[in-house]
Design a binder for this molecule. Structure first.
Ligand SMILES: [Zn+2]
Length: 100
């Protein structure tokens, strides 16, 4: 997966206290988030992963610092929907077993 910096100058300061919190990789944080472009793993569409989204990803969601966005919003929603459907299916199966 390739992430290329966009031409715009948008950038956000990294909060090193929040970055890598789950892995204790303090000090290794980059200084800024920059907007990057990548192609979605599923539909191959070019997507911009904005500095704001990266900040949210690493600092609010506390994602692993090695993890990156790989899918566009639409494909992400699609996967989410499949997971929900599977969960519902598993719950139904569990209930059926209980009934016996
Ligand atoms: Zn996609």
């Amino acid at each position: 997966m390739e992430y290329t910096r966009t031409k715009n100058k948008n950038r956000l300061l990294v909060n090193p206290k929040r970055w890598g919190v789950s892995e204790n990789t303090y000090g290794a944080a980059p200084k800024y988030y920059y907007d990057v472009v990548y192609s979605c793993l599923d539909c191959r569409k070019e997507v911009i992963w904005s500095a704001e989204e990266q900040k949210y990803w690493y600092e609010e969601l506390g994602k692993n610092t090695k993890s990156k966005a790989v899918r566009c919003q639409i494909c992400r929603c699609h996967i989410q929907a499949i997971k929900e459907e599977q969960k519902r299916h598993m719950a139904q199966l569990a209930n059926r077993v209980k009934d016996k």
